[in-house]
Design a protein around this ligand. Structure first.
Ligand code: B16
Ligand code: MG
Length: 218
């Protein structure tokens, strides 16, 4: 199985940090004087921090100077990190550790491919940092998902061709990026939302033990 590799998204696949992003964005919206709901928050999943702010300001119909936007992005991240520093291994999503153990047993390498600039910190908090062969995060890319750049760099780190890589993603933009990269895309979450994925699972506990040996190597 050394000719197959896996690239994991972080938020929504390994851990659920969306709820902390929500609290921090909501705090910001409260301060700016408009409502930001959990439904609005869905629009920010898998989206870069800068783009998230643009979407948020559109929702509130607020126009800000570039300087103010920069200050706000720093403040939002500081607020968000207060939650991240409280995270521990109990926040690893169900099925993740089993899946990593299966991959280790099969000799399948895996890396992270996330839009988050906080990805290394989050993986450290939950004790998974050392398990990944490499990390591609929001600091390593110039183009955000749905651009395939993050996953193509992941394939380089795995030393594999894109078509030998399997991507686990919870966001539409991430599935689009994986498909554009010519990788095998696995949607984690709602299969209607992620209908463009090659395979769909509600969460990682649903992945059959023989998924890699039978489905992917077929
Ligand atoms: P940060 P992923 C994404 O993580 C989140 O889904 C998205 O909501 C967030 O805006 C983005 O990371 C950037 O995060 O502010 O920490 O740099 O799903 O690509 O792992
Ligand atoms: Mg995600």
């Amino acid at each position: 199985m050394n000719n197959t590799g896996v690239i994991f998204d972080l938020d929504g696949v390994i851990v659920d940090t969306a709820k902390y992003h929500y609290l921090a964005w909501k705090n910001l919206a409260d301060n700016l004087g408009f409502e930001f709901t959990e439904t609005h928050n869905e629009l920010l999943k898998g989206v870069s921090r800068v783009r998230s702010l643009e979407i948020l300001l559109d929702i509130g119909k607020v126009d800000l100077s570039e300087d103010k936007k920069r200050d706000i992005l720093v403040a939002k991240n500081e607020d968000y990190l207060k939650y991240i520093y409280k995270m521990g291994a109990n926040e690893i999503l169900p099925g993740v550790e089993n899946l990593l153990n299966t991959l280790d047993a099969l000799g399948i390498k895996y890396v992270l491919g996330s839009a988050s600039k906080n990805a290394p910190l989050i993986l450290n908090q939950v004790g998974l940092f050392d398990r990944f062969r490499g990390i591609v995060d929001g600091n390593s890319v110039s183009k955000a998902k749905p651009d395939p750049e993050v996953f193509l760099i992941g394939a380089e780190k795995l030393n594999l061709k894109p078509e030998c890589c399997v991507v686990f993603e919870d966001a539409i933009a991430g599935i689009e990026a994986a498909n554009k990269a010519n990788m095998i895309s696995v949607g984690v979450g709602d299969d209607n939302t992620l209908s463009d994925a090659d395979f769909n699972f509600k969460n990682l506990t649903e992945i059959p033990h023989n998924f890699f040996t039978e489905v992917i190597s077929a």
